[in-house]
Write a protein that binds this ligand. Structure first.
Ligand code: FUB
Length: 324
C-alpha cells in the first residue's frame, strides 16, 4: 500500500482535513522540540502555533505551506499548548476551533475566524462558554447543522468532568465499568458557542452494551466523524492501546456500534487522524514518529487511501510499514 509523508520539512501532527473550494486543506498541530521529560500529562506537547497546508493531489502533488495562521501570542486568554484544531466553513467564513490551556492550566475551546480557508485566523477574545477538554472535530451534516465531537483523557482532562461539571476528585472508570465517553455538541447558529449542553457519545458492542474501561478498543481521544453511504462513522484513538478504531451509527449523536480497527499502532505514542473523500477516493490522514526516530512529541503527517468493502467495513491498515 502506498503511503506518503505529506510535509517532510517540519514536524506536524493531528491532521484535521477538509475539502474547501475543490482543494484539500490540512489543519495540523505544529510540534516543537521540547526539553521536558515525557509524562502522562502531555507536557511534552508544547505546540505554540498553527500552520495551514493545502494540496490538490493528495498522494503526489505539491503541499503548500500557507504559513503561520494563529499563535499563542494572538490569543488574549492564552496559557499554553495549542493542540488538535479543526476548521468548518459556514456562509463563506472559516471557523477554527482549537483547544488551549488557560493561565490556570485548564483546557478550553477557542474560536478564530478567517475569510479564506488558508487564514489568517483572528481569535475571539474569550473561550467558548462551558467548554472543556481537547481534540475537536467539526462535522457538517446534510441538513446544514454543525456538530463538534471532542474529548481526550489523561492530559486532555476529560476525566475531570461528568455531565459537563468539573469534579473535585476526578477518577477514570475502571475494569467492567463503561468507558469514559467522548462528547458531542451542536454548535450555535453563529458558530461561536455551544448551541446546547454537550452529550456523551456512546460506543456499544453488537449487543448494545457500552464498551468497558478495560476494553482495548474503547475511546481515548481524537474523534472524527464522516458519513459513508448514509451512515455516520465515528472514529477515534484508543490512546494507551495505540489504535484508530471506528463505530457506525444512524445519526450524529449515536449510539455507535463498534466495528473494528482502521489503523494498527504506529511508531510513537499518539495516533490521530481524519478521513476525507477527495476526487472519488477516500483517504486516511494521520501521523507517526518515524522521521524523528521515535520521539513521540515530534510527529510527521502521513496519508494513505482507505478501502470499504461492500458492507461498508473499512479494511484495516498496518501502522508500521514493511520495507518493500
Ligand atoms: O497533539 C497533542 C495531543 O496528542 C492531541 O491532542 C492528541 O490527540 C494526541 O495526538
Amino acid at each position: 500500500m502506498k503511503k506518503r509523508y505529506l510535509f517532510p520539512s517540519d514536524y506536524m501532527a493531528d491532521p484535521s482535513v477538509h475539502v474547501f473550494n475543490g482543494r484539500v486543506y490540512i489543519y495540523p498541530s505544529h510540534d516543537w522540540e521540547c526539553e521536558n521529560v515525557e509524562n502522562d500529562n502531555g507536557d511534552q506537547y508544547v505546540m505554540k502555533d498553527y500552520h495551514v497546508l493545502s494540496t490538490d493531489d493528495v498522494m503526489n502533488g505539491e503541499v503548500v505551506d500557507h504559513g503561520k495562521v494563529l499563535g499563542l501570542e494572538d490569543i488574549p486568554w492564552a496559557g499554553r499548548q495549542l493542540w488538535d484544531c479543526d476548521v468548518a466553513e459556514k456562509d463563506g467564513k472559516y471557523y477554527m476551533y482549537f483547544p488551549m490551556k488557560d493561565r490556570n492550566d485548564v483546557f478550553h475551546h477557542g474560536v478564530a475566524i478567517a475569510d479564506r480557508p488558508e487564514g489568517p485566523f483572528i481569535p475571539q477574545p474569550d473561550p467558548i462558554r462551558g467548554s472543556y477538554s481537547i481534540d475537536m472535530a467539526v462535522f457538517k451534516d446534510d441538513d446544514g447543522s454543525y456538530y463538534m465531537y471532542f474529548g481526550g483523557i489523561w492530559g486532555g482532562q476529560l476525566q475531570r468532568y461528568r455531565d459537563n461539571i468539573a469534579l473535585e476528585n476526578p477518577t477514570l472508570p475502571e475494569g467492567k465499568e463503561p468507558a469514559l465517553p467522548s462528547r458531542i455538541v451542536k454548535l450555535s447558529d453563529d458558530m461561536l458557542q455551544y448551541g446546547e449542553e454537550p452529550k456523551a457519545v456512546l460506543v456499544v458492542d453488537e449487543e448494545g452494551k457500552p464498551l468497558t474501561a478495560d476494553n482495548p478498543y474503547r475511546f481515548f481521544e481524537a474523534s472524527w466523524m464522516h458519513k459513508y453511504n448514509g451512515k455516520y462513522y465515528l472514529s477515534y484513538s484508543t490512546g494507551d492501546t495505540h489504535m484508530l478504531c471506528y463505530a457506525i451509527g444512524d445519526n450524529p449523536y449515536g449510539p455507535f456500534t463498534y466495528q473494528g480497527v482502521i489503523l494498527t499502532p504506529v511508531v510513537g505514542w499518539t495516533t490521530h487522524h481524519s478521513i476525507v473523500e477527495y476526487k472519488g477516493k477516500w483517504y486516511l490522514f494521520h501521523h507517526d514518529s518515524v522521521p524523528s526516530g521515535g520521539k513521540s512529541w515530534l510527529r510527521s503527517l502521513k496519508v494513505c487511501e482507505i478501502e470499504y468493502d461492500e458492507q461498508g467495513h473499512i479494511k484495516t491498515i498496518e501502522g508500521i510499514d514493511n520495507p518493500e
